[in-house]
Design a protein around this ligand. Structure first.
Ligand code: ZN
Length: 327
């Protein structure tokens, strides 16, 4: 007869869980009920393999207190013994009574939880291009004036509608005098973000849900711009994506194969560009340099230089100091 109390059975179940973990049983984190099922399944199969234990074990509520049964023939299994479960199974097969004793010093290891593998590519095939007619690129993505131009500039007709590329939620809609002018950022469900800059007017608000084809604003010449154009960026979090990877300009056609663009290749391209930027876009301060001079080298405002490099406006620069014009 098995004298294992409810408490020690709980330990056995923990040991079973440990065994499962060792057998690399992976349970989807998002499917908590499955985790329970797994444990239960092993528990019940263990019971099936030892019907004697099942039939002879006394219900816990009817079992007399442990102290009342001092029986030296009962084999004690230390709950801290990593082989506790194996020993219990063997003893049970042999028909030997056993009891699991002792408190576990450490909580039983949890089941190894492995997240479902995320997709390692982007599907851009459902992207709707923000401009509905052929529009040549006026300035490409890449390093320009020692800093990174994070998107493409496309020539547009002033006040023409600019459309959302994917469904999503507007996370930014504001005016930036020295940079993007009126601009909008949309956070998409596929993990991407798109930015539409130099608009003459914003037609969405932060928090607003947009669908492909919704007008986020009108194209324009606001901010740091010298002619009507749309500055269009695609991001994947901190990763900048060259829109020309996806779109064939000037026709705004999607390139072949965009339904499966490797995330790895996108991330690699981003870091290659960052390396290039570090080489070509770092200004090493010389004696006598001013914030104005360095800002001019980067073709940005002093305010932008200070913001990017955490400088106090007007503060003197130190020789040898390294400054950036973009991040
Ligand atoms: Zn631009």
């Amino acid at each position: 007869m098995i004298l294992a109390s409810r408490h020690s059975w709980a330990r056995l179940v923990a040991a079973i869980a440990f065994t499962i973990a060792c057998m690399n049983v992976h349970v989807d984190a998002k499917q908590a009920p499955k985790k329970k099922q797994k444990t239960t399944a092993v528990k019940s199969s263990a019971k099936k393999s030892k019907p004697a234990a099942k039939t002879t074990a006394k219900p816990a509520d009817k079992a007399p207190p442990k102290e009342a049964q001092p029986d030296s023939s009962v084999v004690k299994i230390d709950a801290n013994d990593p082989k506790a479960f194996t020993k219990a199974i063997l003893l049970d097969k042999q028909g030997v009574e056993f009891e699991v004793v002792g408190e576990e010093k450490q909580p039983a290891p949890k089941l190894v939880v492995k997240e479902k593998k995320k997709e390692d590519f982007f599907d851009f095939s459902t992207m709707l291009v923000p401009i509905t007619h052929p529009a040549p690129i006026a300035s490409k993505y890449g390093i320009r004036d020692h800093r990174l131009h994070r998107g493409v500039d496309v020539s547009v007709i002033k006040d023409e509608p600019v459309l959302a590329a994917f469904p999503g939620v507007v996370t930014m809609a504001k005016y930036n005098k020295g940079g993007y002018g009126h601009y909008v950022i949309v956070d998409h469900e596929n993990g991407l973000q798109t930015l539409y800059g130099h608009l003459s007017e914003r037609l969405v608000k932060i928090g607003e849900r947009v669908y492909p084809g919704d007008i986020v604003g009108l194209a324009g010449n606001s901010g740091r711009s010298s002619g009507a154009h749309l500055h269009f960026e695609i991001h994947y979090g901190e990763i900048n994506i060259d829109p020309e990877t996806i779109v064939d300009f000037p026709n705004w056609d999607l390139k072949p194969g965009v339904e499966k663009v490797s995330k790895k290749s996108i991330v690699r391209a981003h870091y290659n560009m960052q390396r290039k930027l570090k080489k070509e876009g770092t200004y090493v301060v010389k004696k006598g340099d001013t914030q104005g001079k360095v800002a001019k080298w980067f073709n940005i405002s002093i305010e932008a230089l200070c913001r990017i490099n955490n400088l106090k406006p007007g503060a003197p620069l130190k020789a040898g100091q390294k400054l950036l014009g973009s991040k």
